[in-house]
Design a protein around this ligand. Structure first.
Ligand SMILES: [Zn+2]
Length: 127
């Protein structure tokens, strides 16, 4: 099965997963939402280049930072990695799942868990 990159428009999660080319997409590991398939990494360089070029469309072109301008000038995988580092983004390590270190994500997770707990409590009351 090819390896795909997925993007979740609801929570911004980006992750890789193996799945059949025409099979159903996995649910977002961050929020369970519907994800968009970005690329088949196992299908050669061309798809990879297309995907990286597509990332440049969401890059802030007015940002004068060197890692941004270098990536826009040359959307290669190396420049993409440098841009990720510059933006303090990084791909998930294998087996890492949704674990994140940053405080904003932790706050988001806490809010989500509290909302789910309230939802569960309401359902118990209604039952
Ligand atoms: Zn999500």
């Amino acid at each position: 099965m090819p390896l795909y990159d997925f993007f979740c428009p609801a929570c911004g999660e980006v992750f890789e997963d193996l799945c059949p080319p025409h099979g159903p997409d996995p649910a977002c590991p961050g929020c369970g939402g519907q994800v968009r398939r970005l690329v088949s990494v196992g299908r050669g360089y061309r798809a990879d280049a297309d995907w990286i070029a597509s990332v440049t469309r969401v890059v802030d072109k007015d940002n004068p930072a060197p890692h941004v301008q270098a990536f826009l000038a040359d959307p290669s995988r190396a420049a993409y990695r440098a841009w990720m580092r510059g933006e303090k983004l990084r791909p998930l390590e294998p087996g890492e799942g949704i674990r994140r270190q940053d405080a904003a994500y932790a706050a988001c997770e806490t809010a989500r868990r509290e909302a789910l707990a309230r939802f569960a409590a309401r359902r118990l009351c209604a039952a």
